[in-house]
Design a protein around this ligand. Sequence first.
Ligand SMILES: N[C@@H](CCC(=O)N[C@@H](CS)C(=O)NCC(=O)O)C(=O)O
Length: 212
Amino acid sequence: MSIVLHDYWRSSASYRVRIALNLKGVDYEVRPVNLVAGEQREPANLARNPQGLVPTLEVDGVSIVQSLAIIDWLDAAYPEPRLIPADPLARTATLARALVIACDIHPIDNLRVLKRLESQFGADQAAKDDWYRHWIVEGLTALETMAGEGPFLGGAAPDLSDVCLVPQLYNARRFDVPLDAFARLRRADAAAAEFDAVAAAAPDRVKPPARS
Ligand SMILES: N[C@@H](CCC(=O)N[C@@H](CS)C(=O)NCC(=O)O)C(=O)O
């Protein structure tokens, strides 16, 4: 099977997919889409990702978009280790935690939203940073109360919510969001970082040389 990941090194949705691919030991090729240069809106990317975003996973020439849908496909095609539990209650709890990040934090802090705040409302860098941090703190505060006893968010093994958490905390640290109040989230993040598969997906490990 030919698997190609179209990603950007600093994109957290791409980072989620890299973690999932690595945890499952899938062999894949990476083809970067430079978001800073606007390559996401070029015809080649739009042809595979109609929203003009990353990531896209191309499987034998078929494009799969949306990081959670991609990871759901991976879980079906490569069942071990499972990232979305089979047990109905565990499954819904995992999805709920993952969606706090993927639906309620990440989209409103996205590059295109920040650009829109600037173009439509004249937000300067300080205002955009404040916006960014606000939604992270609000979402992580709820997620901290939804986390289990650990070490991972759902228990003994990493699941989809941990896969979403690691990139979100990476972003939080980049923007100097204080994380002291989030002991369970920090514990899950640290436990995940011990997996080589997770560490190898980190932006600084996959950054293409000499590109922004
Ligand atoms: N819900 C989508 C979000 C994808 C997304 O927002 N990707 C960002 C990078 S993390 C992007 O491509 N941004 C480009 C832009 O905003 O122009 C997913 O999970 O795949």
